[in-house]
Design a protein around this ligand. Sequence first.
Ligand code: PLP
Length: 401
Amino acid sequence: MVASEIRALFAVASRPEIVSLAGGSPFVSALPLDAVGEMVGRLIASRGKDALQYCTAQGDMTLREQICEVMSLEGIRAHPDEVVVTVGSQQALDLITRIFVDPGDVVLAEAPSYVGALGAFAAYQAEVVHVAMDESGIIPEALVAAIDRLAAAGRRVKFLYTVPSFHNPAGVTMAASRRLEVLRICERAGLLVVEDNPYGLLGFEGEPLRPLRAHTRDGVVYLGSFSKTIAAGLRVGWAVAPPAVRDKLVLAAESAVLCHPSFAQLTVREYLATQPWQEQIKAFRELYRARRDAMLDALAGAMPPGCGWTRPGGGFFVWLRLPAGIDAKAMLPRAISARVAYVPGTGFFADGSGAGHARLSYSLPEPGQITEGVRRLADVIRRELTLREAFGSVLRRDGDG
Ligand SMILES: Cc1ncc(COP(=O)(O)O)c(C=O)c1O
């Protein structure tokens, strides 16, 4: 296990003078905090003996029913028996990897991939093989090629890990036709899909695309989370899995934590039962859309030639491509000195590649701060380019002489 790029950054990036485009924290201040506080008070007064007690490892039954309702907004039909409540979807990632992966097994994952998933895979000594993406998500031909190559080499591939909607960190969404194709490819290869969908309800344009799990019951383990639609600090997520995997998940959860915090589960249950949660998700969508727009406008206005970036249709992240030869990891200390933080692309590849990219998050800073942060970053990149130019001409001159 090694510290993630993001963890190492948190201490510096949270200094008040720095505009942090680094962490992907939700803007929880937009919640009706007074109403939530009163709700929690009532919960403890009326049902404290349950909220402060152990519960079952699969999770509260009423909450699992509510989770099925939440998933139905994206077209998923699931039974509460298939749902296992977890401590955020991060724990579901950990448990799934623990169940399936032996040291040296292969996990296929998009290039780039969510850093927390890579951390879980590394902790169980999986070998991650990245599969290329474009602006429409994972490239089917690249997936087939990876599967064939690994089969020919006699490698055991345990699952494909994918974030089809509003990808972290790439900011792209898998096209509807690709979703079906990816499912067909995996089905043909007998490969399990682990679909991670914490941002699905945070789309800015039209109806959400149907998750992979909405197309098939078997062959997909689906991970959901309330971290981005309610509050990350509650640490309530879930997995939906076919019965055999569900049973293992419950056993693994039991050995890890006995049961998940009853207090957090009943808080979410109460929130979903008594608060206008769908309106709140709409409010989050509007808020993040305005911040996404601020970031895209700022990038278009400030970035030097040679940069490129994705245009996320939802979620929290823009994936920035730097001009050729600029190393995001090496540049970071200069960016911090210029009072702006981001996550170097290297955090999102198991092999440490990705230095030509940076992940920028717009979820937490206000639009004005986003504009300022991007302006500072553009200045830093411009200075790097000037330096490269100067060094390049010195080196060329030395070479001549
Ligand atoms: C793609 C993805 N998966 C999983 C998680 C973990 O979320 P949580 O454990 O808060 O549910 C995150 C958090 O940022 C994420 O972006």
